[in-house]
Design a protein. Structure first.
Length: 369
């Protein structure tokens, strides 16, 4: 009887302690078979680029979501406070290799504190404020295969050495971040050269009923001369809005961009627009249509043709975790996702010589756990 009483007391005492902490293992595996037209047979780093335009068929990782696995956890500290962390690793579902340059936790790696009344502060490798603020206004929900994310947000949308704040106050969300060295053009954090590879931004968003809107500013200062440490200044301002009625959500936005070099010369000046809609046709079938247009005013003193792209997605859910999809896109005056030298060909859709358009079609499966 005494043993049972002691056990009951110990169990009652330890239960709240156990309930105060949680750790979750999660992930996504996404792969597809893709066809691409007018693909350059020579990469940008090789002599003779662009090469002859050819069709390409193969397996591609991440059609709707980048494949990943991660661990996230929280600890209740009392008085409306908790500690939190996220460690997230990206991998190629086609070959099993690590993504993000071979980093173990290349997608996210941060720790922080959160208050119910004040908000959260996190430190580590994480998404910038412009990425977070525009996520709800992305027609494809940042579908990695056929959305010009790098052109829209900048190559620094995921940065190293970030301290970030997010606070929610009713229908209003405020955010901001500072990166001591974002790791895009350089690692930063150089003694005596504080500005090198720093980045910062802020946002203000509203969500109430069927309507949502956001405004956001982002800047990063990449090292453009490894010898002198001279930096540029890449700036972006974006506005976006959405409206949802029944099974339809419509959204769109505008992003102003100006990239300056070490001598204040203009490297890129553009106005980027997007509009799209999500339609939940049935409980299982979701459809997405999106249009993207970049009004490029100046690329290092040259005028170029303005790229545009149309993207369509049909996504059928077998369950809450498993779906199959068709995703397709047509781009004009660039490779898919506006893949040009303006974003250092970050998307690897190299447009072949003599071609002015590209088509991509992929059929795949995604499982979330």
């Amino acid at each position: 009887m005494k043993q049972g009483t002691v056990f009951a007391v110990l169990s009652a005492a330890s239960a709240p302690v156990l309930a105060q902490s949680s750790i979750t293992l999660y992930g996504v595996v996404d792969a597809n078979i893709e066809y691409v037209s007018h693909y350059s047979s020579i990469a940008p780093t090789q002599p003779g680029f662009p090469g002859p335009a050819h069709s390409k068929i193969g397996m591609t990782p991440g059609g709707l979501s980048g494949s990943r696995w991660g661990i996230r956890g929280t600890e209740d500290l009392g008085r409306g406070m908790k500690a939190l962390f996220v460690l997230e690793s990206g991998f190629g579902s086609d070959d099993g290799k690590l993504q993000q340059g071979g980093r173990i936790f290349g997608r996210q790696a941060y720790v922080g504190l959160q208050s119910d009344s004040v908000g959260a502060i996190t430190l580590g490798r994480q998404y910038t404020t412009i990425f977070s603020a525009l996520a709800d206004f992305s027609p494809t929900r940042y579908g990695v295969q056929y959305e010009p994310i790098a052109m829209q947000l900048g190559l620094n949308y995921r940065s190293d050495n970030v301290i970030k704040y997010v606070g929610k106050f009713g229908g209003v969300t405020a955010g901001g971040y500072w990166s001591f060295g974002n790791g895009v053009a350089g690692a930063g954090e150089v003694a005596g050269q504080f500005r090198r590879d720093t980045g910062y931004g802020a946002s203000l968003s509203y969500s109430g009923g069927p309507f949502g809107a956001t405004v956001v500013y982002d800047q990063y200062n990449p090292t453009l001369s490894a010898t002198t440490g001279a930096t540029g200044a890449f700036r972006k301002v974006a506005l976006a809005a959405s409206y949802e009625t029944g099974p339809v959500k419509v959204m769109g936005g505008y992003r102003w961009g100006l990239n300056k070099g070490t001598t204040d010369a203009t490297l890129l000046r553009d106005n980027y627009y997007w509009i799209g809609a999500n339609y939940q046709a049935t409980a299982a079938l979701g459809l997405t249509l999106a249009y993207y247009y970049d009004d490029i005013r100046n690329v290092a003193g040259f005028n170029v043709k303005n790229p545009w792209q149309v993207t369509f997605i049909a996504d059928y859910a077998f369950s809450k975790r498993t779906d199959v999809y068709l995703t397709t896109a047509y781009s004009k005056n660039s490779g898919l996702n506006f893949d040009t030298s303006a974003i250092s060909f970050a998307n690897a859709y190299y447009l072949g010589a003599g071609a002015d358009n590209m088509i991509g079609v992929a059929v795949g499966v995604r499982h979330r756990f």
